[in-house]
Design a protein around this ligand. Structure first.
Ligand SMILES: [Zn+2]
Length: 240
């Protein structure tokens, strides 16, 4: 049973993800802009049923209203963000499961970047949509949470199966990787991933998705042993 996932580049460096089941049920994750999503829906004659939001930031939600108006799609978003994301039909908290056709989307609360951030994990498809919590070789800025919050959030992601494919909200991979290399210059897996990333970017290809196994080997934020270490890395990156 396969879930089809299309990456749709939007705005400056965001990705929205269009999800389609074998039955033709369709959802979009983090539409920061509506038109690029509508273009794909129209081109492929798809009907959008759901909008999934990981967090309230405009570059993940600004397309909501126009997509709802055009398609009648219903919004699946963090229960704790009712004040900041309007029109939520399916408010999710830790451990809640959103049923998307035959696919289960588990809500994992991953605060740190924002208070009410959730990540969506689908075990049947082996995929994680983690918004701005984890990036390939990076992690989100701590706008509303502490290093401790973010550390606990990353630990939850670490606990998922190694083969999980990670779909994050931004194409920040190349600059994140350069920072990781400044911290771990002798990390061979990191050097290998950076070669791959350079090749992909030169071809204009997304570096997403990436396996969690690769992230565990290359992402210094995910490799941090404790909240203090993570906080120090985040501060260093903020000033890099
Ligand atoms: Zn954000």
């Amino acid at each position: 049973m396969s879930l089809s996932i299309d990456l749709i580049p939007i705005l400056q460096d965001n990705y929205a993800f269009l999800l389609t089941t074998p039955d033709g049920l369709c959802a979009v994750v983090d539409p920061g802009d509506a038109q690029p999503i509508l273009d794909v829906l129209n081109a492929r004659d798809l009907t959008l049923s759901y909008i999934l939001n990981t967090h309230h930031h405009y570059d993940h939600t600004d397309g909501n209203a126009a997509l709802v108006a055009a398609t009648g799609a219903r919004i699946v978003a963090p229960a704790s963000e009712k004040e900041r994301i309007s029109g939520i039909s399916f408010p999710l908290s830790e451990g809640n499961i959103f049923q998307f056709g035959h696919f289960d989307f588990h809500a994992i609360e991953t605060p740190g970047h924002t208070r009410g951030h959730i990540s969506f994990y689908c075990p049947q498809a082996g995929v994680l949509f983690c918004g701005d919590t984890l990036f390939s070789m990076g992690c989100g800025r701590l706008f509303e949470g502490s290093a401790e919050d973010q550390f606990q959030s990353l630990q939850k992601i670490r606990a998922l199966p190694d083969e999980t494919l990670v779909y994050c909200g931004h194409e920040y991979t190349q600059s994140n990787g350069a920072f990781c290399q400044s911290i771990e210059p002798d990390n061979k897996a990191l050097a290998q991933r950076m070669n791959q990333v350079t090749t992909l970017r030169e071809a204009g290809t997304p570096t997403i998705p990436v396996s969690l196994a690769t992230e565990k080997q290359t992402n210094v934020f995910l490799r941090a042993k404790n909240a203090a270490e993570l906080g120090a890395l985040r501060t260093k990156k903020d000033h890099a």
